[in-house]
Ligand binder design. Structure first.
Ligand code: KIV
Length: 277
């Protein structure tokens, strides 16, 4: 079973993998494939619930989906995102919500966007492992003015490096780096003693994460530059749905092999009885 220690042991030695999941069957399939870790991302707001961004996602949403994922993950390390406004208000709020997520889902860690140093320290002190998340932080989409590559300029790159060091000191056991230039991700990965989890942050990171619907081509929307489609599930699914529709309309499906039978003798007796003959 993958634990927090696996991240420490593999740092600088073996690359690790993480994918998002939001339900039991996907978590089980990801786990069966031997992926090290599963993130129940608040991206569920977009890919599962159809919101335009992650801001409307609630702690209850995260718990509902987190529970299902934990039931499917036997070996993988499960991290659940803390949604927008579940940790920003106060340390007390942050501990209470992180505690609820951990207690009610059975996950192994929570993830927090931004340099919320005091809140992270408080959660770690309560015995809850925390993954940080810097660079592009989707919960701040409105302050960032869109989903853009971060740390491309001197000041923002220095700030990112300083924030990463502060997150490590605050007790994070890993940091997600989203949409960060390769050389900055490489510097941070070498500088830190904890794992970096890259998404659009190059192969220099200790671990990679992707949203499963993006990397399997499950959605036909244009993915970000950093996404590689390892399959084309959208086309597969549309093909299956269309064939199903055609076969039902042509009475090809259900065929004999999909149909339950009754003996003629019993059938005749039933009809006789119901028809009163
Ligand atoms: O919510 C999410 O899926 C994430 C990943 C993009 C890292 O935070």
């Amino acid at each position: 079973m993958v634990t927090i220690n696996t991240f420490k042991e593999n740092k600088g030695k073996k690359k690790m993998t993480m994918l998002t999941a939001y339900d039991y069957i996907t978590a089980k399939n990801i786990d069966d494939a031997g992926i090290d870790s599963i993130l129940v991302g608040d991206s569920l707001g977009m890919v599962m619930l159809g919101y335009p961004n992650t801001l409307a996602v609630t702690v209850d949403d995260m718990i509902h989906h987190g529970k299902a994922v934990v039931r499917g993950a036997k070996n993988a390390f499960v991290v659940v995102d803390m949604p927008f406004m579940s940790y920003q208000v106060s340390k007390e709020d942050a501990i209470r919500n992180a505690g609820r997520i951990m207690k009610e889902t059975g996950c192994q860690a929570v993830k927090i966007e931004g340099a919320y140093i005091e809140e992270i320290k408080a959660i770690v002190k309560a015995g809850i492992p925390v993954v940080g998340h810097l660079g592009l932080t989707p919960q701040s989409v409105n302050s960032m003015g869109g989903y853009k590559v971060q740390a491309k300029q001197k000041e923002s790159a220095i700030k990112l490096i300083e924030d990463c060091i502060a997150l490590e000191e605050a007790g994070c056991f890993a940091i997600t780096l989203e949409c960060v230039p390769r050389r900055i991700a490489e510097y941070i990965t070498k500088k830190l003693h904890i794992s970096t989890i890259g998404i659009g942050a190059s192969n220099e990171c200790d671990c990679q994460v992707l949203v499963w619907q993006d990397m399997t081509g499950y959605s036909n929307s244009q993915p970000a530059k950093f996404v590689k489609k390892f399959a084309n599930l959208y086309d597969e699914e549309i093909k299956a749905f269309t064939e199903y529709k055609n076969e039902v309309e042509n009475m090809e499906y259900p065929a004999k092999e999909h149909t339950y039978l009754i003996s003629d003798e019993v059938y005749d007796e039933v009809i006789k009885e119901v028809e009163g003959k």
